[in-house]
Design a protein around this ligand. Structure first.
Ligand code: TRP
Length: 330
């Protein structure tokens, strides 16, 4: 019997260089999965540039942010052949499906989603309200079985399943597959001030940044205003610094840190310095590749073009199938 290929997807909004929170919760777990799976599964990695416009600050930065997002993926990915790496705005069929989904999903339900509720204020644009349906279009257009996401995106997958069900029930059971999701951490990655790490909170660590900026970000991680000798090991474990160290380091490094703490031989500042050095050493190659790609943008463009060609073929087929089912083919 022929084994059916499973389809996986992940996407990152291109709002700048993906930060440590993105990298730990979505990018690295996806890459680990790609590397270990021997079966011929198909992986879609999407740069969500259309999503990034919903909360742009400066339109001149959009292009640069696409390159930066792509450069991070390309620097960390080892097996690039197994994936379809593409840009959302290159596939017009995503927008077409987005419109169809808009016409099926109840507006009142959409208003309940937290991507909208968290941001709701007078200046909110329609794109933010419709954001989950655009994400659903990315996923449903490609018959994705499993989506790699961070914890904050679970509701978007629930909405995706919901809209898929609505359309399937109204039109034809076989239009959409109901996707599942995979999350690595059941908690939100903390930023340097302890709130959710994000661009908008301005509390992120960018491991690809210039050395001095990276050092500053790490030195600014909030700690307790006491000497390490005066606090218990359990309290140290609760600090943001300890959590971030735990999340980013490998077993040996983390063991080394714990020993030092237990022997009282260390201060918070030394831990920060160790963390900084660890990142520079551990991500040495990736940091170099990142600048290489950004200095040679044509390579990024070539990768995205290859992905575009593959993604386009699948998208065209699926959208004409959907149109037929909707009765729009004359
Ligand atoms: N909304 C996702 C985020 O902000 C990004 C995204 C867009 C995505 N389209 C997707 C993730 C499709 C997975 C699948 O993190």
């Amino acid at each position: 019997m022929k084994k059916i290929k499973k389809k996986y997807m992940t996407g990152i909004q291109s709002t700048g260089t993906p930060h440590l929170g993105n990298i730990l919760s979505v990018i690295l777990p996806t890459i680990k999965y790609i590397n270990k799976k021997k079966k011929k599964n198909l992986f879609f990695i999407l740069i969500a540039d259309l999503h990034s416009i919903t909360n742009y600050k400066n339109l001149f930065l959009l292009k640069d942010n696409i390159y930066k997002t792509a450069a991070v993926w390309l620097s960390l990915l080892k097996r690039k052949k197994k994936i379809i790496f593409f840009r959302q705005s290159d596939i017009k069929e995503i927008n077409e499906l987005f419109w169809y989904l808009n016409c099926f999903y109840p507006f009142n339900r959409l208003k309940l989603s937290h991507s909208y509720k968290n941001k709701s204020n007078k200046n909110i644009n329609t794109g933010i309200i419709n954001y989950p349906l655009l994400m659903a279009s990315d996923i449903l257009l490609y018959n994705i079985n499993n989506v790699f996401i961070g914890k904050d995106q679970i509701q978007h997958i629930e909405i995706t399943r919901k809209i898929a069900k609505i359309v399937n029930n109204k039109i034809n059971k076989k239009i959409f597959i109901l996707p599942k999701y995979k999350i690595k951490y059941n908690f939100i990655i903390p930023g340097i001030d302890g709130r959710k790490m994000s661009k908008s909170n301005n509390n992120f660590i960018n491991i690809f940044d210039n050395k001095y900026i990276l050092e500053k970000q790490i030195m600014n991680i909030k700690t307790i205003n006491k000497s390490i000798k005066d606090i218990t090991y359990n309290d140290i474990k609760k600090t943001i610094l300890f959590k971030i160290y735990y999340l980013i380091s490998n077993k040996e490094e983390f063991f080394f840190l714990k020993e030092k703490i237990k022997n009282n031989k260390i201060s918070f500042i030394t831990i920060k310095k160790m963390l900084y050095k660890y990142i520079l050493i551990f991500y040495y190659k990736e940091r170099k590749k990142y600048s290489y790609y950004l200095n040679n943008k044509y390579i990024i463009k070539n990768f995205l073009y290859k992905g575009f060609k593959k993604a386009k073929i699948i998208a065209k087929k699926k959208i004409s199938f959907i149109k037929k089912k909707l009765g729009l083919n004359i």
